[in-house]
Write a protein that binds this ligand. Structure first.
Ligand code: PLP
Length: 282
């Protein structure tokens, strides 16, 4: 595969970064994952806007303009053969002698790769996925898409070891999000998702889901969801760029609703697939 590193397109095995990179030493950087369908980025503007927001949040200057990002990302997708891919990009504060304080004049490091999109197993959509609830052990700026993912990794691994595809995180008695996804419930036909605040990542797929629900005239509230409401939901779903929208049919070993993917999820995933098609044609 071809990757992009600090201005150059290289074979992946030739791309090397310094051991003094602050991404390596401190996890001092931010990232994005952008889905690509039939060679076209999905919701690129949203991802670049969130990248800017994350960079501002950690005070790293954006090394590229949005036009430069778009062109470079498209070049990388094309060089990797188009089709359905997932672009991963990260920006770190750069290479400097190890010191907690920001270096005076480091140049941000930019690394971008694009790999074939991992297909979503049919069974996840047909039967739904299993989730477990776990305490949200992450930091207090989960709205920043930081590369520092140790807590998320521990949570996801714990879920995996219990046969679950995702961990739904509980903080002070309420739902925040998944270890790598945003979360939603449906009760009596109404959708609820936690509001945007420092406890959740402002998901780009979440923005899409909200837009689609509004267009479809489905009532949706962005508000706190208690642990009790989560366990009493008719439907639960998660969303992310690589997993789109998946229904959760088993939570902590109890069926969610009637144990089948629900009608509101069904309606929105259909609209989501249409939108993917439209963006590719447009
Ligand atoms: N929340 C967390 C913690 C994530 O890591 C992700 C993405 O992987 C999401 C939410 C979903 O965000 P997006 O829809 O932009 O992929």
């Amino acid at each position: 595969a071809t990757v992009y590193l600090n201005g150059e397109y290289l074979p992946a095995e030739q791309a090397k970064v310094s051991v003094f990179d602050r991404g390596f030493l401190f996890g001092d950087g931010v990232y994005e994952v952008i889905p690509v369908y039939q060679g076209h980025c999905f919701e690129l503007e949203g991802h670049l806007a969130r990248l800017q927001r994350s960079l501002d949040g950690v005070r790293i200057n954006n090394p590229l303009t949005d036009v430069e990002w778009s062109e470079m990302i498209q070049t990388l997708i094309d060089r990797n053969g188009g089709g359905d891919q997932a672009v991963y990009l990260q920006v770190t504060r750069g290479v400097a002698p190890r010191d907690h304080l920001f270096p005076a004049n480091a140049t941000p490091s930019v690394f971008v790769m694009s790999n074939p999109m991992q297909p979503i197993p049919d069974a996840f959509k047909a039967q739904g996925i299993k989730c477990i609830t776990l305490p949200d052990i992450r930091w207090q700026r989960c709205d920043i898409k930081a590369i520092t993912l140790l807590a998320n990794s521990l949570l996801k691994q714990q879920a995996h070891e219990q046969g679950a595809q995702e961990a739904l995180l509980i903080k002070d008695g309420h739902l925040t999000e998944g270890a790598a996804s945003n979360a939603y419930i449906v009760k009596n036909g109404v959708i609820y998702t936690p509001e945007k605040n420092a406890e959740v990542l402002p998901g780009i797929t979440r923005d899409v889901v909200l837009r689609l629900a509004e267009q479809a005239g489905i009532e949706l509230h962005q508000q706190m969801i208690t642990e009790a409401e989560l366990h009493d939901a008719d439907e639960i779903w998660i969303s992310s760029s690589t997993r789109e929208m998946l229904p959760v049919t088993l939570l902590d070993d109890h069926p969610v609703g009637n144990g089948q993917p629900g009608p509101v999820w069904q309606r929105l995933i259909t609209l989501y697939q249409h939108l993917k098609q439209e963006q590719n044609l447009g």
